[in-house]
Write a protein that binds this ligand. Structure first.
Ligand code: ZN
Length: 165
């Protein structure tokens, strides 16, 4: 049975495995908006299979999304498509049990966690990127905000080198 939701109805799951396929809007994921270098603005595609394994629900499949990043070196914006393997064993009983509401479990939180783990620490448009910014970042603009901390630490590294010399 195909379901277009990340909520898994346990009554249905008792009868057969469920295929969850669809899109999640970024706002449903409640992702942090304070990261100026990385934003998720497009829907997240999920394709998951849920099956009941005694007192666990096994959910496996893939989630795909596109991150809009600002390169910490050249300050250019770029799109970073990400495809993640999703593999979770969720307990229905015991201390670690997942919350059940209206006979359903909600996978939104788990998908959110996986997406956050996939955020790059220092987004680079290319592993080899060594370009300098095309334009000086405008004052008061958000652009370049994430590169500033990087640049200042680079400045400290330069100072350290001078001291050694
Ligand atoms: Zn770059």
């Amino acid at each position: 049975m195909i379901v277009t939701s990340v909520r898994v109805n346990l009554k249905k799951l008792e009868k057969e495995d469920l295929l969850l396929e669809g899109n999640l809007a970024p706002k449903e994921l409640d992702l942090p908006q304070d990261d100026e270098c990385i934003q998720l603005q497009e829907p997240v595609q999920y394709s998951l299979q849920a099956s009941l394994q005694e007192s666990f629900v096994l959910v496996r499949g893939t989630i795909q999304f596109v991150l809009n990043c600002e390169c910490v070196r050249c300050l250019n914006y770029f799109r970073k498509p990400v495809k993640l393997d999703f593999d979770e064993l969720l307990a229905l009983e015991g201390e670690e049990k997942i919350e059940i509401k209206d006979d359903s479990i909600d996978l939104t939180h788990h998908i959110r966690e996986d997406i956050l783990l996939a955020y790059p620490q220092h987004p680079l448009c290319d592993e080899e990127c060594d370009r300098l910014p095309q334009m000086p970042s405008r004052k008061g603009s958000k652009r370049g905000a994430c590169a500033e901390s990087k640049n200042s630490s680079a400045a400290w590294a330069e100072l350290d080198k001078l001291k050694l010399d």
